[in-house]
Design a protein around this ligand. Structure first.
Ligand code: ATP
Length: 231
């Protein structure tokens, strides 16, 4: 479903991604892990059209999206839940969801389905989003991304700044989406959480993927070595 080949990118003269391949199969949840500055968010920035790659390709359903505008990429089936949620605080929950329908593709996901799968979001639909707890806001941010009816959902640091109870709520929501067969890539600092929420993991360091494998059988010591560069 997603195929990344020899991806290289830089911020001005500063190279950040040094050429790596990554594949995500349909229906799979992949956890992209790695220490601060490893290049996870930059990878998402290239995938969502906010940063043009120097070389390499990013394809979704066999179509190369590298270098397209963000709106065109959404139309090709990719949606992002950004770090920090980035909701419009004074708009209602429902209005925030409708923002996500701006570049809507036809098909499965719509506001009724978001309300059905996330009843808490439905309950607070008329409240300003800033009146919700952090965990509830994260559900709205996920719902907003679903409103474009994506084939692939990218989730950047869903648990950042949330209480442990809120993180549980957000990850059980993600579990529901897994059950629905949605293809998902999550960036998550908490390695244990990332592994339990995914089918496969890929560990980045210094702009490359240094280890990948099945999450279930992942060797924690091997991951720590890859994560911190101790090998
Ligand atoms: P984090 O968990 O801290 O977000 P990350 O793995 O997502 O880490 P990136 O944010 O992709 O890492 O950063 C990769 C490298 O690119 C870092 O060295 C970072 O300092 C640098 N970087 C990120 N954004 C910019 C930018 N806008 N301009 C210049 N350098 C940047």
């Amino acid at each position: 479903m997603i195929s990344i080949t020899d991806l290289r990118a830089s911020y001005g003269p500063l190279p950040v991604l040094f050429g790596f391949d990554l594949n995500v199969a349909r229906g799979e949840t992949l956890a992209l892990i790695g220490a601060n500055g490893a290049g996870k968010t930059t990878t998402f920035a290239v995938m969502t059209g906010r940063l043009k790659p120097q070389t390499g390709s990013v394809s979704i359903n066999g179509r190369d999206i590298a270098g397209l505008t963000t709106i065109d990429i959404v139309v090709h089936g990719l949606a992002l839940v950004p770090e920090g949620r980035q909701l419009f605080p004074s708009l209602s929950v429902e209005e925030n969801l409708l923002v996500g329908a701006h570049s809507r593709r036809s098909g499965g996901w719509n506001i009724e389905r978001v309300y059905e799968i996330f009843p808490t979001v439905a309950e607070f639909r008329n409240r300003p989003s800033m009146a919700l707890s952090g965990g509830q806001q994260q559900l709205v941010a996920i719902g907003r991304a679903l409103m474009s009816n994506p084939d692939v959902l990218l989730c950047d640091e869903l648990s950042l700044g949330l209480s442990p109870a809120a993180v549980d709520i957000v990850y059980s929501a993600l579990q529901k989406l897994r059950g629905e067969g949605l293809t998902t890539v999550i960036v998550e600092q908490d390695i244990a959480r990332a592994l339990s929420a995914s089918d496969r993991f890929a560990c980045m360091r210094h702009g490359q993927i240094v280890l990948s494998g099945a999450s279930k059988s992942a060797d924690r010591a091997e991951i720590s070595n890859a994560y911190f560069g101790m090998r």
